[in-house]
Design a protein around this ligand. Structure first.
Ligand code: FAD
Length: 426
């Protein structure tokens, strides 16, 4: 089943900064705003609200950062999950420009948050996009030109096959580009740092306090847990890949998928990622990798679409890793773990006011490190009536997955597996 708690097998848990247990909710309490989920979204909202002296209570089913936020690849992808030309074609030039502005604000927000809260999370610059098929160089060059002309963005640099092979220490790709605005970080330490900052600003966080639902109560909202409830004026529901039946509307649109990571023993080969950038490739099931601060290779590869993890995650990821780095076929894997993330049909985040005073954001589809802290803050603002940006995100289309809660799994498995096969043989 999906892991809860910080997986002990995770390199992040092994190197995370100390964070004392926070007591579960025990009894009935009051708050202005209650937040469900202590990941980037929930903590981004908590921090924003607590700094504005709003009484905020966060309910976390397991531990702070035990969802995707504390387990992910740590890759900072700039922009939205869909590229600007895709957004222009589907949503129009104005909406695409507004979404670019929001993504840029998210990048600044993340960097500012880390700096002003003094969060030690190994932030490093540079993310390489690597092409796994021949051809495509002209398309990459056109994209770089488009981003410069339309958005004034000059952060991308084209890499030919030789330059890419040198930057990676692997010759399996056919060229790509560097996004000098992207980068990577230690996501659990970012999450714990956000929680510390929120608590210091006055937020209350209860761990091991799963919200089982909410109801209207005398003009307010009551959020229920096993041992008490929070009565509040507004509610923010985060939970992403871990939401698990709390809201049928979210469930219909945000599908949890599982993704897996392995970390090697410290590398002896200085040729692997000498510039310390992160890499994501162009496969549908993306391979993504980077070095850790203690010089290991952290490699994300392989997904599954069922409610359980493979028995041997290290072996599951090793195959993907050694196709790119055959020189690591004998390397020991010191840590391996999995996690769940929410994806939407069109890979755009699902941000909505579910009912008056109840907001949600989820389904960042692999782009949450950069987007979620700001989107959380925007939901916080929306609960105070500053709704402009949350309203913009709410206009993004987010169709339900076909098949409903029970039948969507077979449909997703069939659809995703087809794309995965196309990666291999297409
Ligand atoms: C293996 C993996 C690799 C990834 N790699 C990247 C990457 O490199 N870059 C990137 O941008 N994104 C990546 N992602 C996605 C990213 O982690 C997510 O987009 C992001 O963490 C979402 O943050 P969140 O706060 O919305 O949700 P989460 O961090 O998942 O937090 C949700 C929290 O809600 C809690 N919760 C759920 N239900 C309840 C309830 N009923 N009551 C109380 N609490 C509840 C959960 O316990 C959890 O702690 C990856 C995800 C995974 C799993």
């Amino acid at each position: 089943m999906r892991n809860q708690g910080h997986p002990e097998s995770s390199w992040y848990a092994a190197t995370g900064s100390p964070f004392a247990d926070l007591p579960p909710l025990d009894g009935d309490i009051q708050a202005d705003v209650c937040i469900i989920g202590a990941g980037f979204t929930g903590l981004g909202a908590a921090l924003e609200l607590a700094r504005k002296e709003v009484r905020v209570v966060v309910l976390e089913a397991a531990r702070v950062g035990s969802g995707g936020s504390g387990r992910n690849g740590g890759q900072i992808h700039t922009g939205q999950r869909r590229e600007q030309p895709w957004l222009e074609a589907r949503l129009g030039a104005d909406a695409a420009m507004a979404l670019w502005g929001l993504a840029e604000a998210a990048r600044e927000h993340l960097v500012g948050l880390i700096a002003e809260s003094g969060i030690d999370c190994d932030l490093r610059p540079g993310l390489i996009h690597a092409r796994h098929r021949p051809g495509g160089e002209a398309e990459d060059a056109a994209f770089i030109d488009h981003m410069d002309r339309v958005y004034g963005c000059r952060r991308y640099e084209l890499l030919d096959e030789e330059a890419l092979s040198k930057a990676l220490g692997s010759g399996v790709y056919f060229g790509g580009m560097v996004d000098h605005g992207g980068g990577h970080l230690h996501p659990l330490n970012l999450t714990l740092g956000m929680a510390r900052a929120a608590v210091a600003a006055g937020a209350v966080i209860h761990e091991n306090s799963r919200a089982s639902g909410w109801r209207r109560k005398a003009g307010k909202l009551a959020v229920e847990t096993a041992r008490g409830e929070v009565t509040c004026d507004r509610l923010i529901v985060s939970g992403d890949g871990y939401i698990d039946g709390l809201s049928a509307r979210i469930d219909a649109r945000v599908m949890p998928i599982n993704n897996f990571i392995a970390v090697t023993e410290p590398l002896s080969d200085p040729g692997i990622l000498p510039d310390d950038m992160a890499v994501a490739d162009s496969r549908f099931v993306i391979n993504y990798f980077r070095k850790t601060a203690d010089n290991r290779l952290l490699f994300g590869g392989g997904e599954n679409y069922v409610p359980w993890f493979p028995a041997d995650i290290a072996a599951f990821v090793r195959g993907h890793m050694t196709r790119i780095y055959p020189q690591l076929s004998g390397a020991r894997i010191s840590h391996a773990w999995g996690g769940s993330l929410g994806v939407t049909m069109n890979r755009l985040p699902y941000v909505r006011e579910l009912e008056p005073g109840v907001w949600t954001a989820a389904g960042y589809s692999g782009q949450g490190v950069m987007l979620a802290p700001l989107v959380g803050a925007l939901l916080g603002r929306a609960t105070l009536g500053e709704r402009e940006e949350a309203d913009l995100l709410s206009t993004l289309p987010c169709p339900p997955f076909p098949g409903g809660r029970l039948l969507r799994w077979p449909a997703l498995v069939a659809g995703m597996s087809w794309y995965a096969l196309r990666d291999r043989f297409g």
